[in-house]
Design a protein around this ligand. Structure first.
Ligand code: 8YV
Length: 318
């Protein structure tokens, strides 16, 4: 790496995985506290909101390299206005999260964790596990047909399932039926697969009305962000049997999960593990480092977030 980047001071925010720590230390002068000379942030997890007020602590800041494809903890629009580029880690986790989403759907419908517990508790010796509901004949509504949504759709097609979707816009190159409203999608489907990203725009859009529209056989799967679903409304819908079940990898106030959900035997709950394989987390971590290395090597950002793409292109030095 050029001496140019070794001279750049980077502040590591949150708990960086070992590979990120190693990469940062190899290429940069790394600190853990705000410092007037910091030119880049490496943001890995944690609950710090990276907004205009936070970046005032770093007057020389040029780039924020964030771990994860979702970046609802970063106010990218306001940072872009200040001339700070934000990057994230798309693509490298797409297949992993899509695999998990399919697994979670099958686990929820066929009750795999419950069936596993049944065997371990010795109950099979006394009789067969009760018959479950099925994936056969179901129609899946995808909320958020981006990179991950499309990878999930591809897997659902292989499962011979009908697919429809809702998002900001209809996508002309996509053959699945588009619903201009989320309620319309929920009325038409009996599985709602939430892949949408977080933030003010999507907060609680999956509400009581949407959940009830799925019907008594309805299944909610969420691998996007917990804030997209009104969790209190979901708990009520499950308790009142307005929907059948839910498979959740994300929650409103992680890592806190409501006791009401934990008490429900018929839901499947995962601790936000969508991208959590060694392979994929390493690829994500490498991209956090690579964005900084590329930037301070004068080659621009590799994966700027959409709000910063114009800025990143105009600032690319090489
Ligand atoms: C990560 C995710 O677990 O990429 C995302 O947006 O939600 C997950 O892949 C998370 O970002 C790690 O903090």
């Amino acid at each position: 790496m050029s001496s140019m980047s070794k001279n750049a001071r980077i502040c590591a925010v949150g708990s960086a995985p070992p590979l990120v720590d190693k990469g940062l230390n190899e290429h940069f002068d790394v600190v853990r506290e705000a410092d007037l000379e910091v030119r880049g942030l490496a943001v890995c997890g944690g609950h710090t909101r990276i907004d205009g007020a936070f970046v005032e602590l770093f007057p020389k800041l040029e780039i924020v390299s964030s771990f994860g494809v979702g970046y609802d903890h970063v106010d990218a629009a306001s940072l872009a206005k200040r001339g700070i580029v934000v990057t994230h880690t798309p693509d490298v986790l797409t297949g992993e999260v899509a695999d998990l989403a399919l697994g979670l759907l099958i686990s929820t419908v066929r009750q795999l964790p419950q069936v596993d517990r049944y065997l371990r508790e010795g109950k099979w010796l006394k009789g067969a596990y009760p018959l479950t509901t099925t994936l056969r004949g179901r129609k899946v509504g995808i909320l958020g047909l981006g990179r991950i949504g499309k990878a999930i759709a591809m897997r659902l097609e292989a499962c011979d399932l009908e697919i429809e979707y809702h998002g900001r816009n209809a996508q002309p190159d996509v053959a699945y039926r588009y619903h201009p409203t989320l309620l319309g999608l929920a009325q038409s489907c009996d599985v709602l697969m939430v892949v949408a990203s977080g933030g003010a725009e999507t907060r609680h859009i999956v509400n009581k009305e949407v959940l009830e529209a799925l019907g008594a056989d309805g299944i909610l799967i969420n691998v996007g962000r917990g804030t997209v679903v009104d969790e209190a409304a979901l708990i009520k819908a499950l308790q009142d049997k307005k929907i059948l079940s839910a498979g959740l990898d994300v929650f409103e106030d992680e890592p806190r999960v409501p006791a009401e959900l934990i008490a429900m035997e018929h839901v499947v709950l995962l601790p936000h593990v969508g991208s959590a394989s060694v392979h994929t987390r390493n690829a994500m971590g490498q991209l956090v480092v690579d964005n900084l290395v590329s930037w301070f090597g004068g080659k621009g950002a590799i994966t700027p977030v959409p709000e910063c793409q114009t800025l990143a292109a105009s600032k690319a030095k090489g």
